[in-house]
Design a protein around this ligand. Sequence first.
Ligand SMILES: CC(C)(COP(=O)(O)OP(=O)(O)OC[C@H]1O[C@@H](n2cnc3c(N)ncnc32)[C@H](O)[C@@H]1OP(=O)(O)O)[C@@H](O)C(=O)NCCC(=O)NCCS
Length: 202
Amino acid sequence: MRMLNKEEMSIILQRPDCLTCLPMIATLPNGRSVIIDRMTDLQLTETYCMIQEAAQHNDGYGIDEFLTEADFRNEIVGSDCFAITCKSSGEMLAGFILAISKFYRGAAGVVDPFIIVKRSERNQKLGQFAFQKAVDFSKKLGYMGMYVDTFSNNVAIQRILEKLGGFTKVGMLPLGGRLNNGRLIGSVIYYKDLTDDGLNVT
Ligand SMILES: CC(C)(COP(=O)(O)OP(=O)(O)OC[C@H]1O[C@@H](n2cnc3c(N)ncnc32)[C@H](O)[C@@H]1OP(=O)(O)O)[C@@H](O)C(=O)NCCC(=O)NCCS
């Protein structure tokens, strides 16, 4: 587990809340009205449970990625966490967390999104909707780029990245994590530039 360094912490603490659009009301592709807002503490616990459930189904998260909720909360210290809830029932349908990427060796410049859709709500384009919001909010929060680190068997996320556009497959990690069936799995890394003019990287 990686703790934030002093510089990263001070940048986060100084960052103004640029998301003045929240809470935001939106309509999903299936016509349902939702509210997008910062997660409550209870919703963060719910998100941890959804991630654990996904890991048990070999779905996007490693079985030993977050052994306890405390590990999970430690991992996302300083992240921006958002919930998408049904406007009429208040039920949380999906969550997305904008964490600081470990692949950038400096203060909070590149974002690493965690996306999770409730099992019963999948295959209705909610994942694509949540991912688009993750990109939009990351730009507003001033991130220069986004790294997506996804297990090689995660067809849905890779399909979403393809549909959103602007993501380049930049690498593969032979050892990405462990699935619930004990099998080790590789990761695929995608990158998206979030700046308006494009970065001049040497
Ligand atoms: C990945 C995830 C967020 C996708 O959410 P979703 O709401 O079901 O996805 P969408 O309905 O927006 O589907 C997006 C595309 O992926 C495809 N897709 C969805 N689930 C799929 C699956 N299990 N296998 C293959 N394709 C799939 C859809 O058909 C759609 O493609 P299309 O537009 O060409 O039809 C969701 O499955 C999830 O929460 N998984 C567990 C957590 C996870 O993997 N998070 C990402 C970690 S990097």
